[in-house]
Design a protein around this ligand. Sequence first.
Ligand SMILES: Cc1cc2nc3c(=O)[nH]c(=O)nc-3n(C[C@H](O)[C@H](O)[C@H](O)COP(=O)(O)OP(=O)(O)OC[C@H]3O[C@@H](n4cnc5c(N)ncnc54)[C@H](O)[C@@H]3O)c2cc1C
Length: 478
Amino acid sequence: MARHLDGLPRNWHKAAAMTPALTRRQWFATAALGAFAVTPLAAAAAATTAVPATPAPVGPAGLTYDTDILVCGGGPAGVAAALNAARLGCKTLLIERYGRLGGMGVHARVWPLMGRVARNRLVREIQRKVGNFDPELADLHYADLLEQAGVKLLLHTWATGPLLRGNRITGVRAFSKQGTITLNAKLVIDATGDADIAAAAGVPCDIGREGDGLVQPMTIQFCVEGVADGARHCGGEEAARGAKLAGGETWESVTTRAQKSGELPPTVGVVRTYKMGRRGKACVNATQVNGLFGTNVEDLTRAELDGRRQAVRVVAFMRKHLPGYEHCYISHMPAVIGVRETRRIRGLAQLTRADLVAGRTWPDAIVRGATFGIDIHNPAGSGQAENRRDKSVQGSAARVKPYDIPARCVIPQNVDGLLVAGRCISGTHEAHASYRVQNISMAIGAGVGALAATALTDNTPPASTDIAKVQKILFTDA
Ligand SMILES: Cc1cc2nc3c(=O)[nH]c(=O)nc-3n(C[C@H](O)[C@H](O)[C@H](O)COP(=O)(O)OP(=O)(O)OC[C@H]3O[C@@H](n4cnc5c(N)ncnc54)[C@H](O)[C@@H]3O)c2cc1C
């Protein structure tokens, strides 16, 4: 039997509001799930008094698709998962809520593709095709790959909840301009970045860091033009801190002074600029919206407005203080704010900081040799939570040794017929801060696609699928 928000009481949101004993962490988890309890149209209807009729969805309701593998989310993880599944002979359908593929990299314009993995043929192929030069064309490169592999693609299709039979997921319900769409699948891959489907299906999820449940901040990463030739770019946190201006003062001290005086917002303590490969153009990573949660619709509304207003102040600051940027102006605001961290599922295993620092290998690895520093943007203030130069700030930002990601981290607890790919797999807040980058998320997707296709072909649950076969697909001749 198909169910929408399984296990949630009908008035969950009222219950949450009336229960002061809820911890912040529990509230976030409950509120996050609540996004599914009120469909956009139902919410609009409830809020509307002047307009008598709720607009009906345009077009015929009740579209249905049947597929072997359904991938929800067209970010780097979802694209790689769908590609491998289709190439291994499975009928594969990918749905994406927005109009472009590429996930955060394209929607929030966070670029370039970062992180390294060892021996992964598919990741190398995607990297060659998508390149690291122009995020504006990345979505079309992703689409070419998917279409050539025979993946059925539905854009503007928002997964709203799982179809469940007992604890087995049998598909997903989605919302579109044509109304509700029913998507039946033998196996579902949740690559939404936020574990939307897993959470709504009842998979336990962790949120934020141990202790206070705070997540990494959201960021509006924008582009400026009008930058003078030869102007300084300092992309990394440490480069931005160490950079010396003409008078000998560091960029860091100018920024800190502006932060203290209120010229910059209190959460903006580091202003990083990146070269964009085009004359006069730079990308700016500086805004930071703290204390809000990236699947809570009121928080997202606030974050979008705060982040964009911060961007305007950052540009005014750069025009005044950063040589070469006197005439710069915002030439590109991203379509949506960048969301670094939301839900992380609980899987059959969980990756930890210790695993990454030790470079742990796993017998059921679906990603090998993942490498990227533990990059935690401060959930409670400005800058990084961990800093290689300042060992006093919540420990040092440990460099990782090349580490594996095991299949058990993508197989969720409690729900069958479901795999999870990308930044929402099973790991701690610190481990997530490393594997969340696009190349590693993509490699996770490639692994999940191969695992899903092998499980279906062999008619075995993913947890007991012959992992040697999956590894042969992933790592041979890579
Ligand atoms: C500000 C910022 C800067 C960053 N900088 C970099 C960087 O320089 N380099 C780098 O490599 N990484 C960077 N990252 C991290 C990186 O972009 C993401 O962690 C990565 O894209 C994760 O890939 P993913 O496929 O798991 O998720 P996402 O990229 O989030 O993709 C998920 C996709 O699913 C779709 N989706 C979500 N919910 C639904 C739904 N219910 N139904 C249908 N579709 C849905 C989304 O629209 C999206 O396309 C940055 C992130 C942020 C926020």
